[in-house]
Design a protein around this ligand. Structure first.
Ligand code: IPE
Ligand code: IPE
Ligand code: MG
Length: 246
């Protein structure tokens, strides 16, 4: 039986999130500039997006650029932003062909004008697609998102729109960038690093974590299937005992 056939499509993660890491090291290993790693990383993005939609995943969130990544050399940041515009222009067809709706989270106002406009255009054009929601985390940092949420809520409390007593998980969820998304079920990080790097801290409270040493440009369909099979063999207890679940 091939890998894909081993996946139980009734037990897929409803929300899969991926920290796409290792582009720079991939390039270095082959003696290329880091930008070549990023370019090849976009091929993995296309493959994983298509494979996820095809298998039936409803929400896929990709960490593409963090708030901390602004601190990289200016030339690398500029290249990444150009690559974003180029990919959006090129991949609109992939999104339409696969009935995928594009969404974005993060401090989008910090993006260069061109990138923000292109992003908004693709979001608008794909808004009626419904097979899968693809969310790009761009200029995203979880702490920034949480600070932003606290500011919005405190304004509402101050203006008597809500009472502080009424604040619960669902109100917090509604004030995060991920407002319309369910909690993350499976978080994959490539490149061998075993850290979260400021990604979806609130949303991964009960996510299963999957770390692989594969560098992002080498991460392909079968690696996604391997991660999904691993996820399906885990017991998610949410604080309960194993006996309570069976
Ligand atoms: C991930 O690859 C892409 C971004 C963070 C934008 P890296 O660029 O972090 O690659 P490494 O970690 O240096 O290998
Ligand atoms: C996390 O990767 C951000 C993205 C994948 C976009 P980094 O390469 O920036 O993370 P650190 O610096 O290794 O923690
Ligand atoms: Mg990295």
């Amino acid at each position: 039986m091939n890998l894909k056939e081993q996946i139980n499509t009734d037990k897929l993660p409803n929300h899969l999130a991926i920290i796409m890491d290792g582009n720079g090291r991939w390039a270095k290993q082959q003696g290329f500039l880091r930008v070549i790693g990023h370019e090849n990383g976009t091929k993995s993005v296309r493959e994983v997006v298509e494979a996820s939609a095809e298998i039936g995943i409803k929400h896929l969130t990709l960490y593409a650029f963090s708030t901390e990544n602004w601190n990289r050399p200016k030339i690398e940041v500029q290249t990444l932003m150009k690559l974003l515009v180029k990919s959006l222009k090129k991949e609109i067809k992939t999104l339409q062909d696969n009935d995928i709706k594009l969404n974005a989270i993060g401090c989008l106002n910090d993006l260069p004008k061109k990138a923000k406009e292109e992003l908004e255009e693709v979001i608008e054009k794909t808004k009626n697609n419904s097979r899968m929601i693809l969310t790009l985390a761009l200029s995203y940092g979880s702490r920034e998102e949480l600070i932003n949420m606290v500011k919005k809520l405190s304004e509402k409390v101050k203006n008597n729109i809500i009472s502080s007593d009424s604040i619960d998980e669902s109100i917090i969820n509604k004030h995060l960038y991920t407002q319309n998304l369910p909690d993350v079920d499976l978080l994959i990080r490539t490149s061998g690093e075993q850290r979260i790097s400021n990604f979806l801290l609130w949303q991964i409270a009960y996510a299963e974590l999957y770390f692989t040493s594969i560098l992002w440009p080498d991460f392909k369909k079968h690696d996604l299937y391997t991660a999904l099979i691993d996820y399906q063999n885990r017991e998610r207890r949410f604080g309960k005992t194993s006996e309570q679940l069976s």
